[in-house]
Each structure stands twice: as C-alpha cells, then as structure tokens.
Ligand binder design. Structure first.
Ligand SMILES: C[S@@+](CC[C@H](N)C(=O)[O-])C[C@H]1O[C@@H](n2cnc3c(N)ncnc32)[C@H](O)[C@@H]1O
Length: 162
C-alpha cells in the first residue's frame, strides 16, 4: 500500500471513530478533552461535530494551523505527565469524551504513554464517558467497545466508563 493510501486509511478511521463516539456521548454532560493538538485537524473536527461543547486541548506546544488553535483558557500547555494529574480543576467538570492522539513511531514510548493515560485519565472522566485512542489502553474496569463499521481492528480503540 502506498504511503498516501496508508495515510488516507488512518485519518478516515480517525474521523469515523470521532463521529461514532460523538454520538455515544451525546447524552453525557461534560467537556471534551483533546490530547495532542498537532496541526489541529482533529480538534477542528471535534468542535464541528460537537458544537456547544467545551473542548480542552493538551499539548506541550502549539504548532497548529492558525485557525485551529484554542483560546488560552482551553489550551493546556505542557507535558501531559504534568498537566493531566490534577487537571479536573482546570476543566471544571468531569469530561464526557477524551480523544488521545499522541502516539509516535516508538513502540516502547507508546506503551509508556498508554499505561500513564490508563491511570491518569479516568479520574477526569464522567460516568458513561468514552475514551477514544490511537493506542491500546487498559483503563481498569472500563469496557472496550466495538469500532464503527469499516474501521479495521487495532487501528483505533474505544473504551466506555462503567
Ligand atoms: C500526532 S500529533 C496530534 C495530531 C492531531 N490530533 C491532529 O489531528 O492534528 C501528536 C501531538 O501530541 C503532542 N504530544 C506528544 N507527547 C506529548 C506529551 N507527553 N505531552 C504533551 N503533548 C504531547 C505532540 O506535541 C503533538 O503535537
């Protein structure tokens, strides 16, 4: 498969999963957490498909398209190892949805981040909330949900609060 096809499949799966989980949390109150602003693509998509939701974005830097940068109150700058613990005070209420997209090509680093997130995210999340992730995680007591039609197993991961 060409790298172009591979990229298209990856972002198509990402979009389809975000659209799917937006429906799953429609009745769950609370803000949205976006972990990894990057160039702002998925932040921009989330604010389009979830109008009216507060979205807090976590990244160690701002390097996004100028149209896709949250305001200062919603941009949480720093390493998530520092900003996520105690993050409830910043976001104001338990979150309905968290999207994590901070994986890299380094499998060992990805495993460390996934283990950290599995422990650090649940205290920020509301009952019935959903975590959608580019990395396999094992948040204790959370249920792994099926992916939307057309998204191959292992490409993205969805977990629901018990
Ligand atoms: C793949 S990009 C996110 C792409 C984004 N979802 C988009 O659609 O444009 C990953 C981002 O995660 C951030 N990141 C990676 N590890 C991080 C960490 N430990 N703390 C904070 N940000 C981190 C990087 O700075 C980078 O901007």
């Amino acid at each position: 498969m060409s790298r172009l096809d591979s990229f298209i499949r990856r972002v198509t799966a990402q979009r389809d999963c975000l659209n799917h989980v937006a429906g799953l949390v429609a009745a769950v109150p609370g803000p949205v957490l976006e972990l990894g602003l990057g160039n702002g693509r998925t932040f921009d998509h989330l604010r389009e498909i979830m109008p009216g939701r507060e979205i807090f974005v976590f990244d160690r830097q701002v390097a996004a398209h100028p149209d896709c940068i949250p305001d200062d109150r919603h941009m949480v700058l720093g390493d998530i190892a520092e900003t996520l613990p105690g993050g409830l005070a910043r976001i104001g209420a338990p979150a309905a949805l968290a999207h994590t997209d901070i994986g890299t090509g380094d499998e060992a680093a990805n495993a460390r981040i996934a283990a950290f997130l599995a422990a650090a995210l649940p205290p920020l999340m509301a009952p019935g909330s959903v975590i959608v992730s580019d990395q396999k995680m094992a948040p204790a007591g959370w249920t792994a949900l099926p992916l939307p039609d057309g998204v191959p197993a292992g490409r993205y991961f969805i977990y629901r609060h018990p």
